[in-house]
Write a protein that binds this ligand. Structure first.
Ligand SMILES: Cc1cc2nc3c(=O)[nH]c(=O)nc-3n(C[C@H](O)[C@H](O)[C@H](O)COP(=O)(O)O)c2cc1C
Length: 347
């Protein structure tokens, strides 16, 4: 098996998890400058925003960093009735909580997919491309391979890991159920995979022959060592960076993370239409209680975008997607440099 550190061209086998909405170029650069691997999330962003963020990161580091994509399929259909019911509910809720609400027309939605960003990543000579929510198309994999790009797909089950290995990924990120943020799951399993990292990692290590990055609930020396003992070659840590000085999380979000307990998070589709782990709040509870059908990912994400942006700006924690993992409460306020150096010291 190839060595993870040489594949990533880093001194330490630690990856700062890409966290769309939280990770900034300054965070990525601080991690890479410390000798680990920063990851810049650009899933769903426009080509212009993507280029801008890559340039902003390059201005702060000459060390390698990863760029992270969302590899999901477009929504198969737009269900107007479902969207109308959802918007009626959101309008009612916003009125109750004094949040401005703007009804959106699905015909105006503009989504960007990973295919829109490949040219930019190739042109910018991005050394490592990680992704979640799916598999890359064969021609995209071939284009990256021709360029020598290292590819890292995300698996939440053994079957997903096998497919990613077959596709030619150099590394597989193994995401346990503990992990904060969206589940990377992409097979239409019913029920969707909910496997803890300590069960998933060794079972994946048994059947694939590429280095594994362990993601989910890693926060101290025990969890770092356990990941290696269970078959990982490196760790990918997300939640610990939400409270970093360089994080884009609002103050209300940071406070919620600092106050979180092991029991504070749950999986929800309420904010985006995809399963994701976040700290429980009023919006999740209301959506659960209402029990209406939630539109598919990207559609629900779009319907919620203005409410989320308003909540983030105004520190309304009950309407922010407080993505965080089961061990997020162990976070501390610190610079990204201090956080990554703390993790390096645990190796
Ligand atoms: C706020 C937040 C945003 C995330 N966004 C992304 C993302 O854009 N792309 C991705 O591949 N994973 C994303 N994830 C998942 C992480 O890559 C990783 O699996 C997770 O953070 C690891 O678990 P931990 O949070 O317990 O450390 C996100 C996680 C969080 C907490």
């Amino acid at each position: 098996m190839k060595d993870l550190k040489s594949l990533l061209n880093v001194r330490y086998p630690i990856v700062q998890a890409p966290m769309l909405g939280v990770t900034t170029p300054a965070m990525v650069a601080a991690v890479s400058n410390a000798g680990a691997l920063g990851s810049l999330p650009v899933g769903g962003l426009s080509p212009d925003r993507t280029r801008e963020r890559i340039h902003a990161t390059k201005a702060l580091t000459d060390r390698p960093f990863a760029v992270n994509l969302f590899a999901h399929e477009p929504a198969k259909e737009i269900n107007e009735a479902e969207i109308t019911t959802m918007q009626d509910f959101l309008a009612e809720l916003c009125l109750e909580f004094n949040i401005p609400f703007e009804r959106q027309n699905p015909a105006d939605f503009k989504f960007y997919y990973y295919e829109d960003l490949i040219e930019i990543l190739l042109e910018e000579n991005i050394p490592v491309v990680s992704y979640t929510f799916g598999r890359l198309k064969p021609d995209v994999i071939a284009a990256f391979k021709a360029k020598g790009t290292i590819l890292a797909g995300t698996a939440t089950s053994v079957a997903e890991a096998k497919l990613l290995a077959q596709d030619g990924n150099d590394i597989i990120t193994v995401q346990g159920i503990e992990a904060g943020g969206h589940r990377g799951s992409f097979l239409a399993d019913e029920p969707s995979p909910q496997i803890g990292l300590s069960a998933l990692l060794p079972q994946v290590a048994d059947v694939v022959d590429v280095p594994l990055l362990a993601a989910g609930g890693i926060y101290n020396q025990h969890t770092v060592k356990a990941a290696f003992a269970l078959g990982a070659s490196g760790v990918q840590v997300g939640s610990l960076f939400i409270t970093a000085d360089e994080s884009a999380a609002s103050e209300a979000y940071k406070q919620a993370v600092l106050n979180a307990k092991d029991t504070s998070t749950q999986l929800t589709r309420a904010f985006s239409g995809r399963w994701a782990r976040g700290i429980q709040n009023e919006f999740m509870k209301r959506m659960d209680a209402k029990g209406i059908s939630i539109p598919y990912y990207t559609i629900q994400n779009q319907l919620m975008s203005l409410i989320r942006a308003y909540a983030q700006k105004n520190n309304l924690k009950d309407f922010i997607a407080l993505w965080a993992g089961q061990a997020a409460g162990n976070s501390k306020r610190a610079s990204t440099e201090e956080i990554i150096k703390g993790l390096i010291a645990m190796l």
